[in-house]
Design a protein around this ligand. Structure first.
Ligand code: HEM
Length: 469
């Protein structure tokens, strides 16, 4: 069907059933896809089993697709790791009118609860103090920061979605964080990549990839419990959180047989936002602090800027960011270099389109390799090096770069970008205001390449010490 519809971009010769599997290293799918673009150019066709996918590489073509043709490239493509659970419900994996309505509702509702506003900033500042208290408990001894960071990030989204934060030692909370972390690791492992390339076959084979679905079911059970609790205690004159607002919306729409607001979409959307808001910020902080251990000179410069602009006696706030170009650039560079969602999430085209001379039929899978924009040598001087100068001009002022696509671009752009930027700035500056980082090895020996790459780029596990300043 796909071939008959028109001229797809060229690509490596594919075999029946296995597609282009034999042309890639399944331990590092992304690297292989980037390598193929050296031969076939910025747009080529790659077969996942029998299904063609158009791969987009480099800033120019990603912008042309995701931004200049935003509507057409806004469909959601095959993502087998989660499809079995989400079944097209929810924001991340929804498509068409359902996705549009759920996304609009989520953005408006999260804004009403303070996303992008001062009230939420106060919440983030308060959480930063809990994080500092948690780090103080380590007494300068080595520790693994994974769960302290993901707890802090997760608590912000929990406040918005569930109306409250959790204690860092709360067992149920820790279990949820483990489920999310575990799923993210599997999606980013060889098993996750096998699942991506062979969705049908892998569904029937044993292996860790099956755990992703089980984890989602457990997360869903927790969210279902919260939905029930909210419903039992709902006061329509005092809406407490995202779930309350969704319950009201479902009730308002109950006689509309075409509605997209029902129990299933409420459950899956809540799971989506909870998952997306937890692992991403946690992973970025974990990656970012590993980079700072590797580059103590960057840590020192950020601390100098903190001392100059904020001092030691008050908490950092978002207004400070405008007066801290170096720290601003460091955060952008962490997001660029760590590149924690390197191939974004698959898209599709929503209607037939002629694009760069090729015929892309409606429903065709598109893989926007946003890592190739973040590492585009035309747009960044030394893309393979961590260098905050990528975001500074010659006078030391912050300089935007269009090729920065850590949150993707266009209609599907991450809806939590503003929130994530706020959390990263406040958490990072509050930690560096209070502590000096101490690595457990010579900084020059710290490897800041990812441990594995798939849906996510996973930083290598590490421990560090934090000493009071
Ligand atoms: C450093 C932190 C984050 C990064 C790097 C990140 C990155 C991304 C990326 C690359 C996408 C895929 C966009 C696409 O399909 O083209 C995405 C989607 C999404 N993100 Fe984030 N994200 C982050 C934090 C958050 C937070 C805090 C939230 C919570 C509100 C969130 C909620 C979502 C949702 C709901 C989507 C799906 C959007 C859609 O399909 O319309 N993300 N994110």
């Amino acid at each position: 069907k796909w071939q008959k519809t028109g001229k797809l971009p060229p690509g490596p010769i594919h075999l029946p059933f296995v597609g282009n599997m034999l042309q890639v290293d399944i331990n590092d799918l992304i690297k292989s896809l980037v390598k193929l673009s050296e031969k076939y150019g910025p747009i080529y066709t790659f077969y996942l089993g029998s299904r063609p996918t158009v791969v987009l590489c480099g800033y120019e073509i990603l912008k042309e697709a995701l931004v200049d043709n935003a509507e057409v490239f806004s469909g959601r493509g095959d993502f087998p790791a989660v499809q079995q659970y989400s079944k097209g419900n929810g924001i991340v994996y929804g498509t068409g009118e359902r996705w549009r309505q759920l996304r609009r509702f989520a953005i408006t509702t999260l804004k009403n609860f303070g996303m992008g506003k001062r009230s939420l900033e106060e919440r983030v500042k308060e959480e930063a103090q809990y994080l500092i208290a948690e780090l103080q408990k380590t007494n300068g001894k080595p520790f693994d920061p994974t769960f302290a960071f993901s707890s802090a990030g997760s608590n912000i989204i929990c406040s918005l979605v569930f109306g409250d934060r959790f204690d860092y030692k709360d067992q149920e909370f820790l279990t949820l964080l483990h489920l999310i972390n575990n799923s993210w690791h599997i999606m980013s492992s060889t098993w996750g990549q096998l699942l991506f390339v062979f969705p049908k076959i892998m569904r029937y084979l044993p292996g860790p990839h099956r755990q992703i679905y089980k984890n989602y079911v457990k997360l869903g059970a927790f969210v279902a419990k919260r939905l029930k609790k909210n419903k039992e205690t709902l006061d329509t004159n005092n809406l407490r959180d995202f779930i309350d607002c969704f319950l009201v919306k479902v009730e308002q729409e109950k006689n509309n047989c075409n509605t997209h607001f029902n129990y299933e979409t409420m459950l899956k959307t809540t799971v989506n936002v909870f998952f997306a808001g937890t692992e991403t910020v946690g992973s970025t902080l974990r990656y970012g602090f590993r980079i700072l251990l590797r580059h103590p000179e960057v840590e020192t410069k950020v601390q100098e800027e903190i001392d100059q602009v904020i001092g030691r006696n008050r908490s950092p706030c978002m207004e400070d960011r405008n007066r801290m170009p170096y720290t601003d650039a460091v955060i952008y560079e962490i997001l660029r270099f760590a590149d924690i969602v390197p191939m974004s999430v698959p898209h599709t085209v929503t209607r037939n389109i002629k694009f760069r001379g090729y015929d892309l039929p409606e429903g065709l899978n598109v893989m926007p390799l946003i890592c190739t924009s973040q590492y585009d040598p035309v747009k960044f001087k030394n893309p393979r090096s961590f260098d905050p100068n990528h975001f500074l001009d010659e006078n030391g002022r912050f300089k935007k770069n269009d090729a920065f696509m850590a949150f993707s671009a266009g209609k599907r752009v991450c809806l939590g970008e503003g929130l994530a930027q706020m959390e990263l700035f406040i958490f990072l500056t509050t930690i560096l205001q209070n502590f000096k980082l101490k690595p457990l090895m010579n900084p020059k020996d710290i490897d800041i390449t990812p441990e594995s790459s798939g849906l996510g780029n996973i930083p290598r596990p590490y421990r560090l010490c934090v000493l009071p300043r």
